[in-house]
Design a protein around this ligand. Structure first.
Ligand SMILES: Cc1cc2nc3c(=O)[nH]c(=O)nc-3n(C[C@H](O)[C@H](O)[C@H](O)COP(=O)(O)O)c2cc1C
Length: 346
């Protein structure tokens, strides 16, 4: 089979601070809900190990829950607190490292049961402390960094968004004022892990309840929003979009990861429908142009250094060897995503 596009730029190493990756591919965080009572078992470790064995540069785990009563609504979503869950994660880390991979946990609080307006300052303090404790444990267990889930309408994002945060104290108000909770979480995690442990922050403009939502309407607002987060100690921004090829603002083809990199000077991860478009692979198999949704456009953006890393979700959920197959041009062997894949830890 002939391969008409070189994927070489996806397979160059990445170095930033203490994070060194063998290539530019990232497994996007995906909740699987297969950790009974919050404890990831041998099947979870084997699932992540398979991705590491097949060349994924960096694995971001499914969202893992901090120690707070509101943090989770499902008992089989893994915790990142408590001895049993932490032992489970230690095993996951050992398996991934044993296969030559790198792995960071995504640290998650799903959000206020009622409203973030209801949290008292002391409750906010206890949640910040829970994030910091999980961060410290992530480092102790040997993870290669950590990711804070600040996207998709969950707790950190509930504080960011005006529709879910109408607090009148120091945690509410302007877009910049609404970053205060995140800033405190980032600072506390930074304090807990020291200056050299990579902290990734995942952000999205879109919300689970409103795909068209935007925290920042233009680059100026985005810069105002990102600056306090950057100053609090973020090393790398993970910019969640549903389609990587969509420009974030009018007048430029840069996507959310492109703008975030430009405005912060920090490395960014792009994500959103990589490998899901049929044309993405027809480029290889039939030598056709794939328009702006295919791998050619992704690689062009990567070559222009609009972003540094490329996260892949569903394509890697269904096919543990997705990265290896792309690298070797074995695209006729790719397994297409289907909803049934969600039922098993393949
Ligand atoms: C089953 C599933 C579970 C997900 N769970 C999470 C999660 O725990 N944390 C998160 O930030 N995003 C989560 N996402 C979003 C993905 O990380 C990713 O951003 C999204 O699937 C788009 O990438 P894709 O088009 O390559 O799948 C999930 C997506 C899927 C399909």
């Amino acid at each position: 089979m002939s391969q008409s596009v070189s994927v070489e730029s996806l397979f160059t190493p990445f170095h930033s601070g203490s994070l060194s990756l063998s290539n530019r591919t990232v497994m996007a965080p995906m909740t699987r809900g297969m950790s009974p009572d919050g404890v990831p078992g041998a099947n979870v470790a084997a699932y992540y190990r398979r991705r590491a064995e097949n060349g994924v540069g960096l694995i971001v785990t499914e969202g893992t829950i901090v120690d707070h009563p509101d943090a989770s609504n499902q008992k089989d979503i893994p915790h990142i607190y408590g001895e049993e869950a932490l032992n489970g994660w230690a095993h996951v880390v050992a398996e991934v490292h044993g296969a030559g991979g790198k792995i960071i946990p995504q640290i998650w609080h799903m959000g206020a049961r009622g409203h973030v307006n209801d949290y008292t300052e002391s409750e906010i303090r206890s949640i910040v402390d829970a994030f910091a404790q999980s961060a410290a444990d992530a480092k102790r267990l040997g993870f290669d960094g950590l990711e804070l889930h600040g996207a998709h309408g969950y707790l950190i994002d509930q504080f960011f968004w005006e529709k879910t945060n109408s607090r009148t104290d120091g945690y509410g108000g302007s877009l910049v004022a609404r970053t205060r909770f995140a800033v405190e979480v980032i600072q506390a995690c930074r304090q807990a892990v020291g200056p050299d442990f990579p902290i990734v922050l995942r952000l999205s403009q879109w919300k689970g309840s409103d795909y068209a939502a935007k925290l920042a309407q233009n680059p100026d607002e985005l810069k105002q929003f990102l600056t306090p987060l950057l100053e609090a100690g973020v090393d790398l921004f993970h910019c969640s979009t549903r389609r990587f090829w969509e420009p974030e603002f009018e007048g430029s083809s840069l996507n959310f990861a492109g703008w975030t990199k430009k405005l912060t000077g920090k490395p960014t991860i792009t994500v959103g429908s990589v490998g899901l478009d049929v044309e993405f692979t027809s480029l290889f198999t039939e030598g056709k142009g794939a328009g702006n949704t295919g791998i050619e456009s992704l690689l062009e953006k990567l070559d222009r250094q609009e972003f540094d890393l490329v996260a892949v979700g569903r394509a890697l959920l269904v096919d543990p060897a997705w990265v290896r197959k792309i690298q070797e041009g074995r695209t006729n062997e790719l397994i297409p995503f289907s909803a049934e894949a969600l039922q098993t830890l393949n």
